[in-house]
Write a protein that binds this ligand. Structure first.
Ligand code: ZN
Ligand code: ZN
Length: 393
């Protein structure tokens, strides 16, 4: 997560509590939402899962008095309502703001901000373990969570696979400590007066806000853009790692690989890696939970007289299935243990659906036989019941 994210994220809104909510109120709101959006109660619902993650994140911060204070302080400074020029604070709010003074403490300037010892990186990075800061804090920090995606073949998804995953994450630029400014002294964005947001339309309690275009939501503009990050204050780092995707994943599933995110700092644990899995379709097999599906053509006589058919399996030798006499078109049969691997290592089944194939071309002998068959069944009307039922209703 970046500065912008955390400034823009309103954890109070996420939990639906007022800014002055008590600890008990926060706890209560969190429990209620967590129950509602818990992944176990919303299986396969990606939006509920995202919401659940957001709720947990909000609770991590607001549920911890220390983190909550940090969050409130940082938001007051950089987020909504922050940096507003007070009465006589300069027309249009274009005042220079020396972050070095404020946070460095060396000049002892800007009294009252002394709570932020140790550089801008701390304000931005301390809260959510952004990493890559120049701060002086010593507590361990958990690494960042990382999102990635991967496309697997059908077989890889069924069996599980180890795949190379290229991941990029954004961190504060080291050269400028995330300020975007060569000298570490960005000025406050005149457009949004440092809030990083601009209002559009609306009035009263309903005003809509967008991220400020001029400063890209950072609230700060470099006076002398950093050569390394060109003023963005961010650095992209990417790496490739081998990731084990467990057997049995589905298309669109988001899996969490604990501890595979960005490394922690000062002995802190690594973040988690979330991987969204895409699965290619198979020309023959389909998936239904732990079961695989396949449609197999049979001849009319196989269906009518019964017989044994060979059925392909995914990655294994074919199996032989007995078809009972009088099997209707579309009937599904089960080849046990020939499906996808379950979590416990057992396998689902292969669901075999028979489809009666009608020959396009007939040999003379076959035609003769069918004509004889037609004569033999002349008295049978397959649609008699249909018409009876149509009349009855
Ligand atoms: Zn701006
Ligand atoms: Zn930079």
């Amino acid at each position: 997560m970046s500065t912008k994210d955390f400034v823009e994220k309103d954890y109070y809104k996420v939990l639906g509590v007022p800014k002055d909510a008590t600890e008990a109120e926060i706890k209560k709101a969190y429990r209620k939402l967590a129950r509602e959006f818990h992944p176990d109660a919303n299986k396969g619902d990606a939006s509920a899962e995202a919401r659940f993650k957001e709720i947990s994140e909000a609770n991590d911060i607001l549920g911890d008095p220390k983190k909550r204070k940090e969050y409130d302080d940082a938001r007051a400074l950089f987020g909504n309502g922050g940096f507003r020029a007070g009465p006589g604070g300069g027309a249009g709010g274009t005042f220079n703001f020396d972050l070095g003074d404020l946070f460095g403490g060396a000049q002892g300037g800007a009294g009252g901000a002394g709570g932020f010892g140790g550089g801008l990186g701390d304000v931005f990075g301390g809260l959510f373990n952004r990493g890559g800061t120049t701060g002086t804090r010593t507590q361990p920090r958990r690494g960042q969570d990382i999102e990635s995606e991967v496309t697997l073949s059908f077989t890889e998804a069924v069996d599980g696979a180890t795949v190379p995953l290229r991941m990029s994450s954004q961190q504060p630029c080291k050269a400028c400590s995330g300020t975007g400014d060569k000298n570490g002294t960005p000025r406050v964005c005149p457009t949004c007066v440092g809030t990083g947001q601009v209002s559009r339309g609306g009035s009263g309690s309903f005003s809509l806000t967008d991220p400020c275009v001029d400063c890209k939501g950072r609230g700060l503009i470099a006076q002398d853009p950093c050569d390394v990050c060109h003023g963005s204050g961010r650095a992209k780092s990417s790496r490739t790692m081998q990731v084990r995707i467990p057997a049995g994943v589905f298309d669109g599933q988001r899996i969490r690989l604990r501890g595979k995110g960005a490394p922690g700092e000062r002995g802190g644990p690594a973040g988690d890696l979330y991987v969204v899995v895409h699965v290619d379709a198979h020309p023959v097999f389909g998936r239904k939970g732990d079961n695989l599906t396949v449609t197999v053509p049979v001849t009319f006589d196989e269906a009518a007289l019964g017989g044994e058919i060979r059925v392909p399996t995914l990655g294994g030798p074919p199996v032989t299935l007995k078809i009972p006499a009088g099997t209707p078109n579309g009937r599904t049969m089960r080849a046990r243990g020939k499906g996808a691997v379950r979590k416990d290592g057992t396998r689902g089944d292969l669901l075999v659906t028979v489809e009666v194939a009608v020959p396009k071309d007939l040999s003379d002998k076959a035609r003769e036989a069918l004509e004889t068959y037609r004569e033999a069944t002349a008295g049978v009307d397959p649609r008699a019941e249909l018409f009876q039922a149509a009349k009855g209703a």
